[in-house]
Design a protein around this ligand. Structure first.
Ligand SMILES: C[S@@+](CC[C@H](N)C(=O)[O-])C[C@H]1O[C@@H](n2cnc3c(N)ncnc32)[C@H](O)[C@@H]1O
Length: 522
């Protein structure tokens, strides 16, 4: 056994140790050390490409000396660096006299994602080493092309590898169609062939407001975060609803949520017709199991069942314009178009920390409603989303935004410009004492104090702002906002002579705030 100096031992004990180039040889020699091998491998990995290139040279010169760890090192680098020498070394290692080294090389070539690895892997398909064959087949599923698909289809594999070969073929089939996919895989202008139940999802607490937004479609409020419609139209108008976070076809799982039940639903002609109507090109989807992890084996069973039945649906997590979520309660599928950019809030070119979710800003604006006489103020304007959403609803007399932070005001200015909003006045000022003559509407999403753990004193600041607003609202004027301290701010508003309406609790992403409307008597 090689003697290891105390200095080197100490260096290797440090998890952050990165060996210099001159130490690479010494580190390589330690890879098979029973006690220090793992540490040496970790240190070499942290040295990155230079160590991997050195390892590739070593492998090229003396394949017989190829340690599995050396191959792993090269493989790791080949995932991110398109260096021919790395790939060559891995291909060469496929011929190593050591079984484990050959297997590591096949796995590394698969993970490299490089099509150039295909010929060397194909050359190994005749191996009698079953472990190697398994890794080679898996790798071909990841990096192969038409040749790999043809050879895997013709290949006679032992029974234990049948499933692995099947998966590899499925992966190749779905990969080969990808490059021919349309630029816009979701069709937003074609109607459904028949009325279906369509769900509109939103932030918890906003479903009634979303139902108001979608009123012309006769919506039904299903829960605080869901509205449903019987709908046969095109997808486009639904994607424009500003309060929705997602649109999905809701498909009942009449035969349960087992893989068999899901497969039966996915094979239904009506479901396929609906997806076809709202798609251009292939029906690629990703399967998600609500609250049940990946369930890879079940997903594969379904993918294989679809293929065996000749279904046009193709399970392809890497490039899926549709996400199909399996829900348990009620048992149903949610078929959600996931491709295509959301254009509704494209004006948001700049953000601030704790910026409002734009659907929530849109909801606040909807509660305010368009009144052409309104003088509007957002005292905590941030990036300006509430003011922009209010402006989109209709005319107003004036729009004012203030913030203590000059960068936030810069963001608001840019966003407003993008939104084509003119006449917005932005000023650096304190919400507690700023005044806006003729103020008739305050619309705001204030600081919630999450960052500083319910920042002590924040509730006091928010009450001061309520009093400041109350002191200047014109008769009939309103303040509409989300309060993280609902009881305290409602009391402050009532004490300041405002009529208090506590509308509903809204999920701000893991914590709730109350949507409140305070009105000065007319
Ligand atoms: C929750 S963020 C506003 C988010 C905003 N609606 C958006 O979407 O970007 C709160 C903002 O209030 C500002 N702020 C905090 N205390 C303030 C005060 N006393 N006066 C004015 N602005 C204040 C912060 O700088 C921050 O930009």
């Amino acid at each position: 056994m090689r003697r290891v100096s105390e200095d080197l031992r100490r260096a290797l004990e440090d998890p952050g140790y990165t060996p210099p180039r001159r130490a690479f040889g010494e580190m390589f020699a330690l890879l098979s050390h029973p006690e220090l091998g793992e540490r040496a491998e970790r240190a070499l990995l942290s040295a990155g490409l230079p160590a991997a290139t050195y390892a590739a040279e070593t492998l090229a010169q003396d394949p017989a000396a190829a340690e599995p760890a050396l191959v792993r090192l090269v493989g790791r680098a080949a995932r991110t660096h398109d260096e021919p020498a790395l790939l060559e070394a891995l291909c060469k290692a496929l011929q190593s006299p050591h079984a484990e080294t050959r297997r590591q090389a096949a796995m590394a070539l698969g993970k490299s994602g490089r099509r150039e690895a295909e010929p060397a892997l194909l050359a190994c398909l005749s191996t009698t080493d079953h472990k190697l064959l398994r890794s080679v087949v898996e790798a071909l599923g990841k990096v192969g092309g038409e040749d790999a698909l043809a050879q895997l289809t013709a290949l006679q594999v032992p029974a234990t590898l049948r499933q692995v070969a099947d998966r590899a073929r499925l992966m190749l089939e779905r990969g080969l169609g990808r490059s021919q996919g349309p630029a816009e895989p979701i069709a937003s202008d074609r109607p459904l062939p028949a009325p279906l139940r369509v769900s509109l999802l939103c932030r918890g607490g906003l479903s009634e407001l979303l139902a108001e937004e979608a009123a012309s479609l006769q919506p039904r409020v299903e829960s605080p975060s869901e509205v449903s419609l019987s709908y046969a139209g095109a997808l486009g108008p639904l994607l424009e609803l500003r309060l929705a976070t997602a649109v999905a076809i809701a498909w009942p799982l009449t035969q349960g949520t087992s893989p068999g039940g899901v497969l039966t639903a996915l094979l239904s002609a009506e479901l396929v017709a609906a997806l076809t109507a709202w798609s251009n090109g292939q029906l690629r989807f990703r399967l998600e199991w609500q609250g049940a992890g990946h369930r890879r084996a079940d997903t594969w069973r379904i993918a294989q069942g679809l293929r065996d039945a000749g279904s046009p649906l193709l399970n392809d997590p890497a490039q899926a314009p549709w996400t199909i979520e399996v829900q348990q309660d009620p048992p149903r599928l949610l078929l959600r178009p996931s491709a295509g950019a959301d254009r509704r809030f494209d004006y948001r070119v700049r953000d601030v920390p704790a910026a409002s979710h734009p659907t929530i800003a849109a909801a606040l604006a909807r509660v305010a409603g368009p009144d052409a006489a309104d003088v509007v103020w957002d005292p905590f304007a941030g990036s300006g989303v509430e003011l922009i959403e209010r402006a989109r609803l209709g005319p107003y007399r004036e729009l004012h935004g203030t913030d203590l932070d000059a960068r936030a005001l810069g963001a608001a200015r840019e966003n407003a410009e993008q939104a084509g909003l003119v006449g917005l006045s932005l000023q650096q000022a304190d919400a507690r004492n700023h005044r806006v003559p003729g103020l008739s509407l305050v619309l705001t999403n204030p600081p919630m104090g999450r960052r500083v753990l319910r920042a002590r004193g924040l509730s006091g600041v928010l009450c001061q702002v309520v009093r400041n607003v109350a002191s200047q609202l014109v008769p009939g004027g309103r303040m509409i906002w989300l309060s993280p301290f609902p009881d305290v701010t409602a009391r402050a508003a009532a004490d300041a002579g405002l009529r208090v309406e506590r509308l509903r609790s809204v999920d701000l992403g893991g914590f709730d705030a109350e949507l409140q409307r305070f009105v000065r008597a007319g």
